[in-house]
Design a protein around this ligand. Structure first.
Ligand code: BTN
Length: 238
């Protein structure tokens, strides 16, 4: 299913995929040992020193494009499964991040383009901090790496292969109408029972997180009533 295309260095694997989308195929994986301009969500930079895993999966498959709202959680669940081979402290922070204890180890940047017929492609850009041994001061309380957690260095391409295997298995389940990725995030939900600040419908205030819905939305409690939230409707305290 996957074809890994490797580079020593790129500005951003998502940029490369976007600029070359016409000649890339479904299942191509753009992998760079180092990014010089890694991008995160909300226009933030993604620290991409060599020793971290940075790659982008190109999706053109019609079924997966129709399931685009599941792919972020599905990818987080695949990352969780890989990291759990090395640590028992991983959890998934809906909708995009994987944490080790209270620090972020991985993030996902989904980008796509649509025509009047719907999405024409989707890029799943993934960064996992693997061998990095220190972070800039402002990130030290927020970010971690597999090396910092386990004191072991890893073969980054081996971790990529393990990820692709997990991803493929969760996609196969999805094709068979089995939402295995939801079982994974539900049982390793970083946000479970935490409070957050939400702004939705005409409501604004503290909500308590209680679950993830079948439709991938966050299930929260506000004034003893249950609501389903999208990611733009909620901010977290940390
Ligand atoms: C985030 O948590 O803000 C998302 C981070 C996504 C980073 C990855 S690294 C590979 C791909 N290329 C990029 O420029 N960004 C994504």
């Amino acid at each position: 299913m996957f074809n890994i295309i490797s580079f020593e260095e790129l500005d951003s694997t998502n940029n490369y995929a976007k600029n070359n989308i016409a000649i890339l195929n479904d299942g191509d994986v753009i992998f760079a040992k180092k990014q010089t301009n890694g991008r995160g969500r909300m226009n933030r930079a993604w620290s991409s020193a060599s020793g971290n895993l940075t790659f982008t999966i190109v999706i053109k498959d019609k079924f997966l494009l129709s399931k685009f709202d599941s792919l972020s959680l599905l990818s987080s669940s695949a990352i969780f499964n890989v990291l759990s081979k090395y640590t028992s402290f991983a959890s998934i922070k809906w909708p995009n991040d994987v944490y080790i204890k209270d620090k972020k180890i991985s993030g996902i940047l989904l980008e796509g383009a649509s025509t009047e017929d719907g999405l024409s492609y989707l890029l799943i850009g993934i960064g996992i901090n693997i061998n990095i041994s220190s972070f800039p001061l402002e990130l030290q309380n927020k970010a971690t790496s597999l090396f910092l957690e386990t004191n072991v260095r890893y073969d980054v391409t081996e971790i990529l292969r393990l990820f692709l295997k997990e991803f493929e298995s969760l996609v196969t389940d999805l094709r068979n109408n089995k939402n295995t990725y939801l079982d994974i995030i539900r049982s390793h939900n970083y946000l479970l029972h935490k409070t957050a600040y939400a702004h939705f419908s005409s409501i604004e205030g503290e909500v308590k997180i209680i679950d993830i819905m079948e439709n991938n939305k966050l299930k929260v409690l506000y004034n003893d009533e249950i609501y389903e939230l999208e990611s733009g409707e909620i901010t977290f305290h940390k």
